[in-house]
Design a protein around this ligand. Structure first.
Ligand code: NAD
Length: 478
C-alpha cells in the first residue's frame, strides 16, 4: 500500500473485481486528516442484478460442498488474516482512524471467529426422533439461502467477517454491502477468502447508494436472509423492506450500555478498566459503556479518578506511536457529540474532562466526561456513539436496576460489585442481551453476541450465529 493512499477499490461480483470504469465513484476520507484517500465505485443496477443471479448459483454450489471442505476454506482464510494482519491494520487505521494496535486486534479476532466457525461448519447436526419400530422422524438443519448483509464502519475488518463467516459455515452464499466509508478493509478481507479458494460466486461485495442497494437486494426473492449491523432507525426501515418476502433476519442495532458501579467494587481496577474501554475506537462501539451509574458513597472519588485518567489519553492520528484514541470515523460524528455535550451542560451536567473538538481538519473530538448528568439530557437517552462518558449517582440496587432498564435499548450492561448475591440479582434483572460482571469483555467467538428490545434480535457468533443461517425441516418417515 502506498503511504496515505488506499489500495484499488473495486466491487467483487461473480469472482471478478469491477472497477470505476462506467460507474459513479464516491470519495473515501482519512478521518485523521480529512484528505481523500480513494475513489470508490458504486454498483449500477446491472451490477446488483448480476450479484443476485450469481448468489443464487453460488448457493447451489456451496450448499453442495461437503462441510469439511467449507471448514478448510474458513481455516485457510483465518491463516491468511493472521499472515496479513499488519497490512489489514494499516488499511483499517487509514480509513477508519482507530489506533493501529486496535486495528491489529481486529484482524486477529476475525481469524479467531473464522476458526470457530470452521468447527461449527462440521457440527450442523439435526435430530432423530424415536417412533414405533421401523418409523422415525428427522429434524434436518439446512442453509437458509443467499444472505444480504449490510454492516457499519466501526469495525471495518471484524464486521465483514462476522457477517460472512457464519453464513459460509451454514452453507449460504452472501452478498455483502460493507460501509462505503471503510471499503478497503472489507476488500482486503475478501481477498483473503479468494486466495483461500472460496469459489467466486459464493461471496460477493457491492458498494453503492445504501438505500438503492438494500431496496434491490431485499425485494428479490433470491435473498432469503437479512443480516444488519447499524443504527436502530435504519434497522427498523430494513425490517419493513424485508417483511415483503418474509425473510429471516438478524439485527445487531445500537446500544446505550449502562454501567452500575457499587460502593464495594475494587475502585482503582474498575476505573482503569472502564476508562480504557470507554474510549476504545473513540467510543464508536455498539457495546460502549455509556451511562455510568455510580453509588453515592464512591461517586466523588469515581468521578475524580475517571476525569484524571481521561485527561491522560493521547488523542491523535492512529498511525502514530503512543496514540490511545484516534479521530471519530466521519465528519458527522464531532457535530453530533458537540451538540449532545452542549445540551447536557444546558440542563445542568458538569464538564469534568474534554468537551471540545480537536484541532486540524480531522474528525477529532476530545475524550469527554460529564458528571451529575440529569436524566433529561439528550445524551442520557440517545446513543452518543462517540467519546462521551455520562456519570450519574444512584442509591440502592433497586434504583440502579430501574436506571439500567429505563431505555428501549438492551445490548450490553456492565456491573461492578464484589457481592456475589448482588451479581446474581443483576444478571437476572438487567434487561440486556449481554451482562458483564467486573469486566468489560462482551465478545468471544463461541458466545452469542446480540441485543434485546430495540437493540435487535438474533445472535452473531457462537453456535447461535450459525443457527440463525439455517432452516429447520421436519421429515417423517414410515
Ligand atoms: P447510519 O444509520 O446512517 O449508518 C449505519 C450503517 O448502515 C452504515 O454503514 C450505512 O452504510 C448503513 N446504511 C445506512 N442506510 C442504509 C440502508 N438504507 N440500507 C443498507 N444499509 C444502510 O448511521 P451513521 O451516521 O453511519 O452511524 C451513526 C449511528 O449508527 C450511531 O449513532 C449508531 O447508533 C449506529 N451504529 C451502530 C453500529 C453497531 O455496531 N450496532 C455501528 C455503527 C453505527
Amino acid at each position: 500500500m502506498t503511504a496515505g493512499v488506499l489500495p484499488d477499490l473495486n466491487l467483487y461480483i461473480g469472482g471478478e473485481w469491477r472497477g470505476s470504469a462506467g460507474r459513479e465513484t464516491q470519495p473515501v476520507l482519512n478521518p485523521a486528516t480529512g484528505e481523500t484517500i480513494g475513489a470508490l465505485p458504486l454498483a449500477t443496477s446491472q451490477d446488483l442484478a448480476d450479484a443476485l443471479e450469481t448468489a443464487e448459483r453460488g448457493f447451489a454450489t456451496w450448499r453442495a460442498t461437503p462441510p469439511e471442505q467449507r471448514a478448510a476454506v474458513l481455516l485457510r482464510t483465518a491463516a491468511l488474516l493472521r499472515e496479513r494482519a499488519e497490512e489489514l491494520a494499516q488499511i483499517a487505521t487509514l480509513e477508519q482512524g482507530k489506533p493501529l494496535a486496535e486495528a491489529r486486534g481486529e484482524a486477529l479476532y476475525s481469524a479467531a471467529l473464522l476458526e470457530f466457525h470452521a468447527g461449527e461448519a462440521l457440527r450442523n447436526y439435526g435430530k432423530v426422533l424415536p417412533r414405533a419400530p421401523g418409523l422415525r422422524s428427522l429434524v434436518l438443519k439446512q442453509p437458509v439461502g443467499p444472505v444480504a448483509a449490510f454492516c457499519a464502519w466501526n469495525f471495518p475488518v471484524i464486521n465483514p467477517v462476522r457477517k460472512i463467516s457464519p453464513a459460509l459455515a451454514a452453507g449460504c452464499s452472501v452478498i455483502l454491502k460493507p460501509s462505503e466509508e471503510t471499503p478497503a478493509s472489507a476488500i482486503a478481507v475478501m481477498k483473503c477468502f479468494q486466495d483461500a479458494g472460496l469459489p467466486g460466486e459464493v461471496c460477493q461485495i457491492v458498494f453503492g447508494v445504501p438505500d438503492a442497494v438494500s431496496r434491490t437486494l431485499l425485494a428479490s426473492p433470491v435473498t432469503r436472509k437479512l443480516s444488519f449491523t447499524g443504527s436502530v432507525p435504519i434497522g427498523k426501515h430494513l425490517m419493513k423492506l424485508a417483511a415483503d418476502t418474509v425473510m429471516r433476519m438478524t439485527m445487531e442495532l445500537g446500544g446505550h450500555s449502562p454501567v452500575l458501579v457499587f460502593d464495594d467494587c475494587d475502585l482503582e481496577k474498575t476505573l482503569d478498566t472502564l476508562v480504557a474501554h470507554k474510549f476504545r475506537n473513540a467510543g464508536q462501539v455498539c457495546v460502549s459503556p455509556t451511562r455510568f451509574y455510580v453509588q453515592e458513597g464512591i461517586y466523588d472519588r469515581f468521578a475524580a479518578g475517571f476525569a484524571e485518567r481521561t485527561g491522560r489519553i493521547r488523542m491523535g492520528d492512529g498511525r502514530e506511536a503512543g496514540i490511545n484514541m484516534g479521530p471519530t470515523a466521519n465528519p458527522r460524528r464531532p457535530g453530533t457529540i458537540e451538540a449532545l455535550v452542549e445540551n447536557a451542560r444546558s440542563v445542568g451536567a458538569k464538564l469534568l474532562a474534554g468537551g471540545g473538538r480537536g484541532e486540524g481538519d480531522g474528525f477529532f473530538f476530545q475524550p469527554t466526561v460529564l458528571g451529575d448528568v440529569p436524566i433529561e439530557a439528550a445524551a442520557m437517552n440517545d446513543e452518543p456513539f462517540g467519546p462521551l462518558a455520562l456519570l450519574a449517582r444512584f442509591g440502592s440496587v433497586e434504583d440502579a436496576i430501574v436506571h439500567a432498564n429505563r431505555l428501549p435499548y438492551g445490548l450490553a450492561a456492565y456491573c461492578f460489585t464484589e457481592n456475589g448475591r448482588r451479581q446474581n440479582l443483576l444478571a437476572d434483572s438487567v434487561e440486556s442481551g449481554m451482562v458483564v460482571i467486573n469486566n468489560v469483555r462482551t465478545s468471544w467467538p463461541d458466545a452469542p453476541f446480540g441485543g434485546i428490545k430495540e437493540s435487535g434480535f438474533g445472535s452473531e457468533d457462537g453456535p447461535e450465529g450459525v443457527e440463525g443461517h439455517m432452516i429447520t425441516k421436519a421429515v417423517h418417515m414410515s
